[in-house]
Design a protein around this ligand. Structure first.
Ligand code: SF4
Length: 413
């Protein structure tokens, strides 16, 4: 590896970290202020945004410790056989960079991941050392998110939680067969065992905090994971089922879905094209349905087609409602919260406001319209004072009628 200065390393290792979806800020247009025009840049140097547990949006320095790796996962640009420029930070360099960025007010925290160098244990030691030094040597109180390496010694993985706010352990692919085919050096059982140990440590830490206010916190923002979508043949129904199992078994805060993106010199076992980005979006919506709207994984899967794929042109909640029209219309003045949450176009906040308002008076369609972006989407599925959808709910072409219009709007029409 040729000698690189800190800035060159930063350019390589911040760029390499962009494939991690766990705190995504990608997808915007490229702008910068080089040449003295304007302020700010959307490129380079790996500042990304994440949401803190209290809902604040915070900026994180998102980098890899190194993009060298002894593993050869087919879907990964940093794999051993990949022909990319390599770089490596020392733990001390990451600490210095984080503090320098923090003091300049560029960031409020650090997101650190890494390829595997020498051994899983050695790499995990380096990652933990960054967090330890920031916390203990420099009293750093900003947010730290560490990616852990499940093959490392469990005690080293646990130490990540001692210093970090959030830890993540990636399951990588939704199915065991996909993992065996595309990441043969990774061990699905080890990954799950590391997640289980982390869950126990997080629970123990939370219990200790309840009993003793002075007990040290342990990964207070919990653990998360990431699944790559579209690199193997797993269907949306498979992915939703897997995510639900992970939430239940390891009490994850989040499962992130990352649409597989083709990489240079890709292995022949990978698909040639990336899946539509809309697929990733539909999976996030399904995730939301399970976490906040009371849908079971089987119910989400029932909105999919016979191959287990969710429709791309309408959201999964609308797809479910169109398939199970016998559950509608729902009376907004009498129905329980669970039934209202099933109505397409009504979000959690809107439902809670409806429940509040109907304590004092009977609600009309106009009242509902004030709480939703599109009353046209809600109308076929509800009854309100003075409103019954009559045959609208059973209209044969209701799906086509409710489908979002995709025409480009005229800017100056
Ligand atoms: S272990 Fe991680 S960094 Fe290494 S090739 Fe696999 S996915 Fe990439």
């Amino acid at each position: 590896m040729s000698q690189l200065d800190l800035q060159q390393k930063l350019a390589i290792l911040a760029d390499a970290a962009k494939y991690d979806a766990s705190c995504a800020s990608s997808g915007t247009s490229k702008r910068d202020s080089r040449g003295g025009k304007g302020v700010g840049s959307t490129e380079g140097m790996g500042i990304c945004h994440a949401y803190a547990p209290d809902g604040r949006c915070i900026s994180l320095l998102k980098i890899l410790l190194t993009n060298s790796c002894i593993f050869d996962c087919h879907y990964c640009i940093n794999r051993k056989s990949s022909n990319v420029r390599r770089a490596r930070f020392t733990a001390e360099e990451v600490v210095r960079l984080t503090l320098a960025f923090y003091r300049r007010n560029y960031i409020e925290g650090l997101f650190l991941s890494s390829g595997i160098i020498r051994s899983p244990n050695y790499t995990m030691e380096q990652i933990v050392e960054v967090a330890r030094s920031l916390r203990e040597d420099h009293d750093f109180r900003g947010y730290i998110h560490l990616k852990t390496i499940p093959d490392a010694d469990p005690e080293l993985v646990r130490l990540a939680g001692v210093h970090a706010d959030r830890v993540s352990i990636n399951v990588e692919l939704p199915t065991a067969s996909g993992l065996a085919r595309l990441a043969p050096e990774k061990d699905g059982a080890r990954i799950e065992s590391a997640m289980k140990d982390m869950r126990v440590s997080i629970d123990d830490g939370a219990d200790a905090r309840k009993r003793y206010r002075t007990a040290p916190s342990f990964a207070p923002a919990g653990q998360s994971t990431q699944m790559i979508v579209g690199a193997d043949s797993a269907s949306d129904a498979d992915i939703v089922g897997r995510a639900s199992t992970l939430y239940d078994r390891f009490r994850l805060r989040r499962v992130y879905y990352s649409a597989f993106s083709p990489i240079p010199d890709a292995s022949a076992v990978l698909p040639l094209r990336r899946p539509p980005l809309m697929r990733e979006h539909r999976l996030y919506q399904s995730d939301w349905l399970m976490r906040f709207y009371g849908f079971s994984p089987a119910e989400v899967a029932s909105a999919a087609d016979p191959a287990g794929m969710l429709p791309l042109d309408i959201d999964p909640k609308l797809a479910w409602a169109l398939k199970f029209r016998e559950s509608f219309p729902v009376d907004v003045n009498r129905a329980p919260r669970e039934a209202l949450l099933r109505v397409p176009g009504l979000g959690v906040k809107a439902v809670d406001k409806l429940l509040q308002s109907r304590r004092w008076r009977r609600l009309r369609l106009d009242d509902v319209a004030r709480l939703t972006v599109s009353v046209a989407k809600v109308r076929p599925f509800i009854e309100a004072e003075g409103w019954r959808p009559v045959s609208l709910t059973d209209k044969a072409d209701l799906g086509a009628w409710l489908k979002p219009k995709t025409d480009q709007l005229e800017l100056f029409a």
